[in-house]
Ligand binder design. Structure first.
Ligand code: F6P
Length: 357
């Protein structure tokens, strides 16, 4: 009798999810002895026992498709909205896993998914994970799939904004995704030649940003491109987060209008017309780059091999040009922030890119 493996995608979608599902499935089917089923809409589908069989025809022709053929959600097993309440549905999930006679479960997701998967592994399930996120903030993997595609989209946006900023002698602020970390803003900002890059890891001072723009004006450069991560905060916001009661909630609320306010303040401080572009979900949409297809394919195929070896409780990671299994226990929890002395941060500083502080 063939062994049954479940797979699901959880959290925000990213390009590369379908190629990863395809690689897990094709490797298992090719090697033989396995049947793969896909639970729909993340952990919710596992809780509600909604799934489809991922046979060969289901897995064909999906390598180029963006999003996830399985659907996704941000529902967590231990905090699931059910009937207007938030419930711990871990027991139901464990029961469904056993009732379906699953031999294992593969969860594709970012930092939150790694934590939730570790919880399920601790509840006795055989779990494997793959790291996907455009934010690139999963620990113990050099890169997660989805990041390269988002980088390409964000970099193209920086490129295109240059010509219009130049024509109108304006400051243009591009807001990229990246709530906790600034990998996308840093990468696309540097690749696109932005003049200012603001990251969640480095609280900024608006006056410092304005001074950098004014310095450019004195040098005869009449436009500036500012790339700001959605989670970047000013020094004042950082102080509120640290010192005030409910500081975290206050800062979250302030972030909703932060980019517009930054634009208004820079306009006042520099006297230059300022415009905002919020890139938003464009960064998560569409077909994956060849790099993301290869990365997700290699991670997915290796995952299938680890399933065959019954080496449960691991995330497949990309480290130093190869794929390695990393214990979920190590991955679950910590966030991969940009280190202060990261080579790209140092490179930006040495090249005179303003980082806001
Ligand atoms: O996938 C991560 C991310 O892109 C974050 O940068 C962003 O804050 C978040 O998703 C927003 O996603 P959603 O609105 O789908 O929850």
């Amino acid at each position: 009798m063939s062994k049954l493996i479940g797979i699901l995608t959880s959290g925000g979608d990213t390009p590369g999810l379908n190629s990863a599902i395809r690689a897990v499935g094709k490797t298992l089917l090719h090697e033989g002895g396995y049947t793969l089923i896909g639970f729909l809409d993340g952990y919710r589908g596992l809780m509600e026992n909604r799934f489809v069989e991922l046979n060969d025809s289901y897995l064909s022709g999906i390598i180029t498709r963006g999003g996830t053929i399985l659907g996704s959600s941000r529902d967590k097993p231990h905090k699931m909205p059910v009937g207007g309440k938030i419930m711990d549905m871990t027991d139901v999930i464990v029961q469904n896993y056993h009732d379906n006679h699953l031999s294992g479960l593969v969860c594709l997701g970012g930092g939150g998914t790694q934590k939730n998967s570790y919880r399920l592994a601790s509840a006795g399930l055989n779990v494997m994970t793959l790291p996907k996120t455009i934010d690139n903030d999963v620990m113990h993997t050099d890169v997660s799939f989805g990041y390269d595609t988002a980088m390409m989209i964000a970099t193209e946006a920086v490129d295109r904004l240059h010509s219009t900023a130049h024509s109108h002698h304006r400051i243009i602020i591009l807001e990229t995704m990246g709530h906790k970390v600034g990998w996308l803003a840093l990468g696309s900002g540097l690749a696109g030649g932005a003049d200012v890059i603001l990251l969640p890891e480095i609280p900024y001072d608006e006056q410092v940003v304005a001074d950098a723009i004014l310095r450019r004006s004195r040098e005869g450069k009449k436009f500036s491109i500012v790339v700001v991560a959605e989670g970047a905060i000013s020094k004042r916001m950082a102080a509120i987060r640290q010192e005030e009661k409910d500081g975290e909630e206050k800062v979250e609320a302030m972030l909703k209008t932060r980019t517009g306010e930054l634009a208004a303040n820079l306009e006042k401080l520099t006297g230059r017309e300022t415009r905002v572009t919020i890139l938003g979900y464009l960064q998560r949409g569409g077909t994956p780059t060849p790099y993301d297809r290869l990365l997700s394919t290699a991670l997915g195929s290796r995952c299938a091999l680890e399933i065959m070896a019954e080496n449960w409780g691991h995330m497949m990671a990309y480290q130093k040009n190869t794929i390695v299994p990393v214990p979920l226990k190590k991955v679950a929890g910590p966030v991969k922030y940009i280190p202060e002395n990261h080579y790209l941060v140092e490179c930006a500083r040495h090249m005179g890119v303003c980082l806001g502080s």
